[in-house]
Design a binder for this molecule. Structure first.
Ligand code: ZN
Length: 452
């Protein structure tokens, strides 16, 4: 008997949405090699799609590597011919060596998923007409033109309507001249949209404020690549007079959530289904949990119940003031599952909880929390204008409030905090990763299967 509950059955969706879920599922089970072993677990087409999905395992990154990109292509499609004709390409995600995955990249699907996400924010919908100018400030190793030993001219970093503001991947080493150049280029290029790594744009924003520069404000700033810290958002908000929205997705899964003008994140129901798996109450459930993503309509890649590796917090029963009510609505992305830490009593603490605890400490402009063992945390932080000893004291107190009185918390001022390669800033890390699967409410936990 299947006792798993389905969270999705409690939500509101467009009338054709359950059919789109069923179609994605049927195609995967019938025509995609990677899901051959799942067929026997499917309760069958007489059941609704949400119930069928809940009976299936989760798809993890190791499965993507095991089956390779071709294992997720529906039968009847010729990968080699499509590669030769440049209809698709192979893209290897950045990350540590053991974590790299090669995906088939099909640009039209990606663009459609992005365009659908823009509909979920009033400012993005107005600004993003498809031919708008866009400045991008992220690690050039993620997208753009990397060059770490010399500087590239503006035209060498411009591609059509896109301007890549930095060829350097470590903001902690950016020179004053480089940041002055970024500000000048924003004024010259006048982008409609500024898309940025929040930690990167926060670094530039602190520079803009310090030098009292006047900088062109785009119609909207879209934060992506990293989960934004409250500190980073506040710094960006001081330097730019533009609405800010966080866009959430992954190379594997496309655009999954978009922040609306009322600061909630709405599911991109046009291009994906999201299964929410709540944590047990002691770990923050039922409002906090993991998510699994099932994509729609990508002819070159069938993803079902893919563990995207993040923890989210639901918006709760009150509807979002923006009026959008389809699919999942989140209060926040709580950070990566690998950024989960624990109290001495083994209770999970999300990166979002750490961020909220530290968000009101005056003078702290950046931080990174490292958990060395359960209940032992070391905070490195960058101070500005306030005595670092006062900041350290306030930070220890704030963290003690969430980790408990018996936790050992140390705090140390540092000159700067560098991102991890290829250029992603980590707000929280642990040396002993938490098993996020073990935190789930058992009624929603996916079936565990031996991986091939
Ligand atoms: Zn909303």
């Amino acid at each position: 008997m299947n006792t798993r509950d389905t969270f999705a059955s409690r939500l509101r969706y467009a009338p054709d949405y359950p059919q789109r879920c069923a179609r994605a599922l049927d195609e995967a089970l019938q025509a995609v090699k990677a899901y051959t072993g799942w067929r026997a677990l499917d309760p069958g087409r007489s059941h609704d799609a949400f119930f069928r999905l809940a009976a299936l395992p989760e798809l993890v990154k190791a499965d993507l590597r095991t089956h390779g990109p071709e294992g997720f292509v529906p039968r009847g499609r010729d990968v080699k011919a499509a590669l030769d004709e440049h209809e698709i390409e192979l893209v290897t995600t950045s990350g540590s060596t053991g974590d790299r995955v090669t995906n088939i990249w099909y640009q039209p699907w990606w663009d459609a998923s992005e365009a659908a996400s823009w509909q979920l924010n009033a400012h993005a919908r107005m600004a993003a007409v498809g031919v708008h100018s866009e400045a991008i400030l992220t690690s050039p190793w993620c997208t753009g033109f990397p060059c770490e030993d010399e500087y590239l001219a503006m035209h060498q970093r411009t591609m059509g309507r896109f301007l890549y503001l930095s060829e350097r991947s470590d903001p902690s080493t950016w020179s004053v001249e480089l940041m002055d150049r970024m500000a000048a280029e924003l004024n010259a290029f006048k982008p409609v949209i500024l898309e940025a790594n929040p930690s990167f744009l926060a670094r530039l924003s602190r520079h803009i404020m310090k030098r009292a520069l006047r900088v062109h404000s785009p119609a909207i700033i879209i934060l992506t690549y990293e989960n934004p810290s409250i500190l980073h958002r506040r710094q960006i908000g001081r330097a730019f007079d533009a609405p800010i929205a966080s866009s959430y997705g992954a190379t594997e899964a496309g655009y999954v959530f978009m922040e609306c003008e009322a600061a909630r994140l709405h599911q991109v129901t046009e291009s994906c289904h999201v299964d929410f798996l709540p944590f047990a109450p002691e770990h923050g459930g039922p409002d906090i949990g993991r998510i699994l993503v099932t994509t729609f309509n990508n002819p070159w890649r069938s993803l079902v119940r893919f563990d995207i590796g993040d923890v989210v917090r639901l918006n709760g029963p009150a509807p979002c003031p923006c009026g959008r009510d389809e699919g999942l609505t989140l209060a926040s992305i709580e950070g990566r599952t690998i950024s989960l830490t624990v109290t001495p009593e083994d209770i999970a603490v999300t990166q979002g909880a750490v961020d909220r605890a530290l968000s009101d400490i005056r003078g702290m402009v950046e931080y990174q929390l490292v958990q060395t063992s359960p209940g032992t945390c070391h905070l490195r932080f960058v101070a500005e204008e306030i005595d670092p000893r006062l900041i350290a004291g306030a930070a220890r107190e704030a963290l003690q409030a969430i980790y408990g009185g018996s936790a050992v918390i140390t705090a140390e001022p540092v000159e700067a905090i560098a991102p991890d390669p290829p250029g992603k800033y980590k707000l929280a890390k642990t040396l002993e990763p938490v098993d996020a699967g073990a935190l789930l409410d058992g009624r929603f936990a996916p079936r565990r299967v031996a991986h091939a």
